[in-house]
Design a protein around this ligand. Structure first.
Ligand code: SF4
Ligand code: F3S
Length: 375
């Protein structure tokens, strides 16, 4: 059950997963950069990760397994590198080679040893004593609480585990809740970090794990328990279509000229202006620029934002949170406004964000465009 692959560098300079020492250093340096640390912290992360693999127990509730799937798509590190070199995955219902009694014994042994990080995936139904999701004949809420008692910390991966996500959508027939809320209800007080998203970006999760491995604590969290290194900016701040928003150029319908030319998707229901995440800068799937929902022409539906994703209608206009238009509109040559850099967009947003009542000004601007004045 438990992986016993050697984590030490063998005589050929490779780790248990076959990753070279050099590539291992690259992974750790990339993680340092994602975390907002100086790249020189890469060596410290590598040293900590090589010294001891972090024991991890993975508890799955009401879920589609998409959060585990997203890790399968990560290439730096790959899932096998994560499991064989960086952590000791002691229990995971989807990835275990054993089943039944053997699997339950693995969980019991991990709980006896304690001190692991508990990763919670999926929502946790609380109605009727939690009977709507059981594993091994026990309600998953009880398994979560029991495993939580022996954990050093909990990482709730995905929106379902962070705050209920899709299973908690109205009318929430099973009274599904996030892991942190259920742990509190059960009197289990351990640090909880949320990595929301449907699915979340695997590198946000992996970077947070490496932070814990290195510093023995969770990274700085915001008021919703999310790591600030990943969730402190609105998607709208660094969106490649932002210049079109500022210039008042919107796609009006899917497939119209504006949509084809990469105009802003606000009028199609894009929730980027009220969703905090780093999708636009980190992107997905390691296939290069543009590989994120808005980059491919689909409005952000706020999958990672509690009270937005799975809550408000897909095509209703977003609330404008801290979103302001620039003081003046600069000309944009490219059809997609590709000239803006993430940093430039962030600086522009920060500067104009100080203007009192600027959110109202944005609403006015959008209104003018809707009336045909701003085109
Ligand atoms: Fe990008 Fe959406 Fe903001 Fe438009 S509304 S700039 S598409 S995040
Ligand atoms: Fe989700 Fe919006 Fe990012 S839908 S994946 S938060 S662009």
């Amino acid at each position: 059950m438990k992986c016993t692959a050697c984590q030490e560098v063998d005589s050929g300079g490779t780790l248990g997963s076959g990753l070279s020492r050099r590539d291992f250093m690259k992974v750790c340096t990339a993680a340092a950069v994602y975390l907002g640390l100086d790249a020189s912290f890469g060596a410290q992360i590598a040293e900590a990760a090589a010294a001891k693999r972090l024991p991890v127990v993975w508890i799955s509730g009401q879920e589609c397994t998409g959060c585990t799937e997203t890790l399968l798509r990560a290439t730096h590190p790959t899932l096998e590198h994560l499991i064989l070199d960086l952590i000791s995955l002691d229990y995971h219902e989807t990835l275990l080679s054993g089943a039944g009694k053997q699997a339950e014994e693995a969980l019991e042994a991990a709980m006896k040893a304690g001190g692991y990080v508990m990763v919670a995936e999926g929502a946790f139904p609380t109605k009727d004593g939690g009977v709507y999701c059981k594993v091994g004949g026990k309600p998953i809420v009880d398994i979560l609480a029991e495993a939580g008692k022996h954990a050093a910390a909990c990482i709730a991966i995905g929106s379902c585990s962070s705050w209920g996500g899709m299973p908690s959508a109205s009318p929430n027939p099973t009274e599904a809740r996030g892991a942190g809320e259920v742990l509190k209800m059960k009197g289990v007080n351990i640090p909880v970090m949320n990595i929301p998203g449907c699915p979340p970006n695997p590198y946000n999760f992996l970077s947070a794990v490496l932070y814990f491995v290195t510093f023995g604590k969770l990274p700085d969290l915001d008021d919703k328990g999310r790591p600030k290194f990943a969730y402190s900016r609105l998607i709208h701040e660094n969106c490649e279509r932002r210049p079109h928003f500022d210039a008042g150029r919107f796609a009006e319908k899917f497939g119209d000229d504006g949509h084809n030319q990469g105009y802003c998707l606000y009028k199609l229901g894009c929730k980027g202006p009220e969703t905090y995440n780093n999708c636009s800068t980190l992107t997905f799937g390691d296939v290069g620029a543009g590989s994120w929902p808005v980059g491919m022409g689909a409005p952000c539906f706020g999958c990672s934002e509690q009270g937005v994703g799975f809550t408000v209608p897909l095509h209703s206009p977003a609330r404008l949170v801290n979103v302001t238009p620039p003081a003046f509109f600069s000309p944009i040559d490219g059809a997609k406004g590709g000239g803006v850099t993430a940093g430039a967009a962030a600086v522009a947003a920060a500067v104009v964000g100080a203007a009192v009542g600027a959110g109202l000004a944005t609403s006015k601007k959008v209104g003018e465009v809707e009336e045909g004045k701003g085109k």
